[in-house]
Design a protein around this ligand. Structure first.
Ligand SMILES: Nc1ncnc2c1ncn2[C@@H]1O[C@H](COP(=O)(O)OP(=O)(O)OP(=O)(O)O)[C@@H](O)[C@H]1O
Ligand SMILES: [Mg+2]
Length: 420
């Protein structure tokens, strides 16, 4: 076949595959746009797993009537103007590609009104064929409705899973964003049924609402700062359940370097057997991180990846060390190289001994397959006996606030995935 230049529409449909992997990607891009527009309330409605409809309404800044067409043009954005802006970008979006990409594989409409506008205006697009801008009715903010996703790319549609699975992905994307933005009120509906109603709240309330009160009570607070780096959030103890959420400057990311630092910090507690549960946010100067490395913007690259790895590892390890559970003001050197909190230390020794004994008995007497009593907040009752005993001991130490000297991270077989 001879080489030929593809028609523009086909180019965009191919490129859209990277941005719009499935309906959940539409939810992500639209909600991120609402957050970038400083919305305080965002409503997401999904039908048939998001394939029939994804509609996002916000009360943000809105789009001016004469910019509606531009919002659907490729490489058109209000978020940066020069290459230097990209280095310090704080907004979630910056490429000016999401709306046109979504429009090229769906039927899309935008209705929007800015604060100054006397009324709203609306525009529709079908497979990137733009309609006229018309007057419309709505209060300040924007509504973007995306229907019949992949109606013009049937090959793509075949890769979609059941509605329930696709909605599951939408729900997960929604949770990630809502966890990072507790001050913003959110609503999620699927096929007319409300899945989440979240009012504007603090981090603890939002975490409890989305990950369950169990996660909050079974997790330790993390808040550490070193220069321009700050790590905050909650680190789950061994029995916490709630998933793994890591945000970099409020953007949910999957990053091998960060996962490695977290795994290393948890090594003493979970000895690599299980996945930890955590909700952590890393804040750093936007110039120290490149967010423009993945089409869906879910990966990042750090300028000084080694420093970030060390900081995250140490901050988390410290938070997970048993003394962090009580943050004693003073410490006394104890026997066997342990440090015992000065405050009520005889009581702590007694408590630790009692807990360790109880944990030991529980792990010895509970069935190996492990339903066990399942009552302890500090140790598990399933898994290999050796691991259960070690964990029971560590849990008892955490419970009583006794720590052991910190170790440097053991080099793992592969070593940290430092990128340059
Ligand atoms: N909900 C919204 N409220 C206000 N303005 C919006 C909204 N959604 C989109 N816009 C405007 O439309 C422009 C294009 O949006 P689009 O999502 O395509 O690109 P982007 O957000 O700039 O970058 P990216 O492709 O990385 O998401 C935005 O830059 C913004 O000015
Ligand atoms: Mg965007």
């Amino acid at each position: 076949m001879p080489i030929r230049v593809l028609p523009e529409q086909l180019i965009h449909q191919i490129a859209a595959g990277e941005v719009v992997e499935r309906p959940a990607s539409v939810v992500k891009e639209l909600v991120e746009n609402s957050l970038d527009a400083d919305a305080r309330r965002i409503e997401v409605e999904v039908e048939a797993g998001g394939v029939a409809l994804c509609r996002v309404r916000d009360d943000g800044a809105g789009i001016a009537r004469d910019e509606l067409e531009l919002a659907l043009a490729h490489h058109a954005t209000s978020k940066l103007a020069r290459i230097e802006d990209l280095e310090s970008v704080r907004s979630l979006g910056f490429r000016g590609e999401a709306l046109p990409s979504i429009a090229s594989v769906s039927r899309l409409s935008i209705t929007s009104r800015t604060r100054q506008a006397p009324h709203a205006a609306s525009i529709s697009a079908e497979g990137a064929q733009l309609g006229e801008v018309r007057p419309a009715a709505r209060a300040q903010g924007t509504t973007v409705a995306v229907s019949d996703l992949y109606f013009n790319t049937p090959a793509r549609r075949k890769f979609l899973r059941t509605d329930a699975t696709e909605f599951g992905h939408c729900d997960e994307v929604f949770r990630r964003i809502a966890l990072a933005q507790p001050r913003v009120a959110f609503l999620l509906k699927h096929n007319g049924r409300v899945s989440h109603v979240l009012r504007s709240q603090d981090v603890a309330q939002r975490t409890g609402a989305l990950l369950g009160e169990g996660f909050f009570s079974n997790s330790l607070s993390v808040d550490a700062q070193s220069g321009a780096l700050r790590l905050h959030g909650r680190a789950g103890t061994p029995q916490a359940q709630g998933g793994q959420y890591f945000f970099v400057n409020n953007r949910f990311v999957r990053d091998r370097l960060l996962s490695h630092a977290v795994r290393e910090a948890y090594r003493d507690l979970l000895h690599g057997e299980r996945q930890p549960a955590y909700l952590l946010g890393l804040e750093l100067d936007p110039r120290a991180v490149d967010v423009n490395v993945h089409p869906a913007k879910t990966e990042v690259r750090f300028r000084d990846s080694r420093a970030v790895h060390q900081f995250v590892y140490h901050a988390l390890h410290r938070a997970l060390s048993p003394s962090a559970a009580t943050t004693p003001e003073k410490s006394l050197p104890g026997t066997c190289g342990k440090w015992i909190s000065a405050e009520y230390w005889p009581a702590r020794i007694f408590q630790s001994a009692a807990l360790t004994l109880a944990a030991w008995i529980s792990t010895t007497t509970s069935p190996a397959a492990g339903t066990g009593s399942g009552k302890s907040p500090y140790w598990r009752t399933s898994g290999p006996p050796k691991a259960r005993k070690k964990e029971a001991f560590m849990g008892a130490m955490i419970a009583s606030g006794i720590s052991w000297p910190r170790r440097s991270p053991r080099p793992s077989k592969s070593g940290p995935p430092i990128r340059r």
